[in-house]
Write a new protein. Structure first.
Length: 372
C-alpha cells in the first residue's frame, strides 16, 4: 500500500493489530501502535481495546492497567463500555473483584453506562468467591437501573447458590427468571443436575431432567452422564444402567465419558468383570476407550490384587495405539508395591523415567518406598 502511495489508516493498522493479538504476538502489535503514532496516524478506542484485551490474554495485567490508566489520565481517547468490560474481565480473572467493583462505580461517575456484560462479569467473580449475597444485590441493581440480566447472568447465580449450598434460594431465583421472561437453557438445568448429583440427591436431579423434557429443553449426553454418575456415587447401578438405556432410546449415543463412569463405579465395587464387559461394549459400539478408561480398569484389577490382568490392560492400551500416562504407570507401580512385588515396580519405574515421566509423581513414589 505504501509503495503505491495508498496511505494506511487507523482501520488498516487496527485490523492487523487485532490479528496479531489473536496470534498472541502482542509485542509486535505494540510496535505497530508506535509506528502509527510516529507516522501521525492516531489510534482510536478500538485500537486500544484490542491491545488491552491482547495484553490480558497473555497474562500481562500490569501493562494492560498502565495502558488503561494512560487513556484516562491524558484523555487521549475516552474509554467506552467495551474498554471497561475488557479491563473488568481481566481484573475478575485475577480475582481482583473489589477493584472491578470500583471500576464499575467509576464508569457511572463519568457517564459510561455499564451493560449486562459488565455486571455479569462481576457477578461471576463474586459467586466464585462465594459472595453470593453481593451478587444477588447486583442483579437487583441491574433490574432497577433497567439493565436486563440474561440467561447467562442467572445461570451463573444458580451455580453460585449451588456451590454455597443455598438450595432454598434456587426456586425463588428460577421464579424471578420466569417473571423476567428468561427461560433456563440446557446449561442452566445441567448445572442443577450436577449440583444435586454431587449431593447424592439423585431424585431431585431426575426431577430436573423431567422438567427439562417438559419444557422442551432436551438433555444432552453430558446431562445424562452426570445423572448416571450421581446414581453410581450412591451405589444405584441399576438406575445408572436405566439412564444409559434412556439415552439410547432418545437417540443420544453414550460417549467415552458415559461408559467410563460405569467402569469406574464397577471397579470401586470390585466388579472388574462387569467393568471389562463395559469396555467390550464400548469397542463393539465403536466408542474407543481412552487412557482414563483403561487406567481405571487397571486400578480396579490392582485393588483386587489381579496384577497379571492389570498388566494385560497396559499391553492392550499400547496395542490400540494409546500411550500410558503418568497416572497409568503410578497405578501399576502402587499395585505392585502393595503386593510386595518390588522388582516389578522398579522395572516399571525405570520404564516410566525412560518415557519422560520422571516428575513429582515419581519422586513421591520414591519417597514412600524404600526399595528405590
Amino acid at each position: 500500500m505504501e509503495e503505491i502511495g495508498c496511505r494506511p489508516d487507523t482501520i488498516t493498522y487496527t485490523s492487523i493489530i487485532d490479528s496479531l493479538c489473536k496470534e498472541r504476538r502482542v509485542d509486535h502489535a505494540l510496535d505497530l501502535v508506535s509506528e502509527m503514532t510516529h507516522k501521525g496516524i492516531s489510534p482510536n478506542v478500538f485500537t486500544y481495546n484490542t491491545l488491552i484485551k491482547g495484553l490480558l490474554s497473555q497474562d500481562r495485567p500490569l501493562e494492560a492497567g498502565d495502558l488503561f490508566n494512560k487513556l484516562i489520565t491524558y484523555e487521549e481517547i475516552h474509554p467506552d463500555v467495551v474498554t471497561y468490560n475488557t479491563v473488568i474481565k481481566g481484573l475478575c480473572k485475577t480475582s481482583n473483584t473489589s477493584m472491578a467493583l470500583k471500576l464499575l462505580r467509576k464508569m457511572e461517575e463519568i457517564g459510561c453506562r455499564p451493560n449486562t456484560i459488565t455486571y455479569t462479569l462481576i457477578i461471576d467473580s463474586l459467586c466464585k468467591e462465594r459472595r453470593v449475597d453481593h451478587a444477588l444485590d447486583l442483579v437487583s441493581e441491574m433490574i432497577v437501573k433497567g439493565i436486563p440480566p440474561n440467561v447467562i447472568t442467572y445461570t451463573i447465580l444458580i451455580q453460585g447458590l449451588c456451590i454455597s449450598s443455598r438450595w432454598e434460594d434456587i426456586e425463588p431465583l428460577l421464579s424471578e427468571m420466569g417473571a423476567q421472561k428468561i427461560r433456563p437453557d440446557l446449561h442452566t438445568y445441567s448445572i442443577l443436575v450436577n449440583a444435586y448429583c454431587k449431593q447424592g440427591r439423585t431424585k431431585d436431579a431426575q426431577d430436573v431432567i423431567d422438567i427439562m423434557i417438559e419444557k422442551s429443553v432436551p438433555p444432552d449426553v453430558i446431562t445424562y452422564s452426570t445423572l448416571m454418575d450421581g446414581y453410581c456415587l450412591t451405589g444405584k447401578m441399576d438406575r445408572a444402567l436405566e439412564v444409559l438405556n434412556t439415552m439410547r432410546s432418545n437417540g443420544i449415543a453414550p460417549d467415552c465419558y458415559s461408559y467410563s463412569i460405569l467402569v469406574n463405579a464397577y471397579c470401586k465395587q470390585g466388579r472388574t468383570k462387569d467393568a471389562q464387559d463395559v469396555i467390550d461394549i464400548m469397542i463393539e459400539k465403536s466408542v474407543p476407550p481412552d487412557v482414563i478408561t483403561y487406567s481405571t480398569l487397571m486400578d480396579g484389577y490392582c485393588l483386587t490384587g489381579k496384577m497379571d490382568r492389570a498388566l494385560e490392560v497396559l499391553n492392550t492400551m499400547r496395542s490400540n495405539g494409546i500411550a500410558p500416562d503418568c497416572y497409568s504407570y503410578t497405578i501399576l507401580i502402587n499395585g505392585y508395591c502393595q503386593g510386595g512385588l518390588f522388582e516389578e515396580a522398579k522395572i516399571l519405574l525405570s520404564e516410566m523415567e525412560t518415557s519422560g515421566f520422571f516428575t513429582t509423581s515419581i519422586m513421591h513414589i520414591s519417597d514412600n518406598f524404600s526399595f528405590i
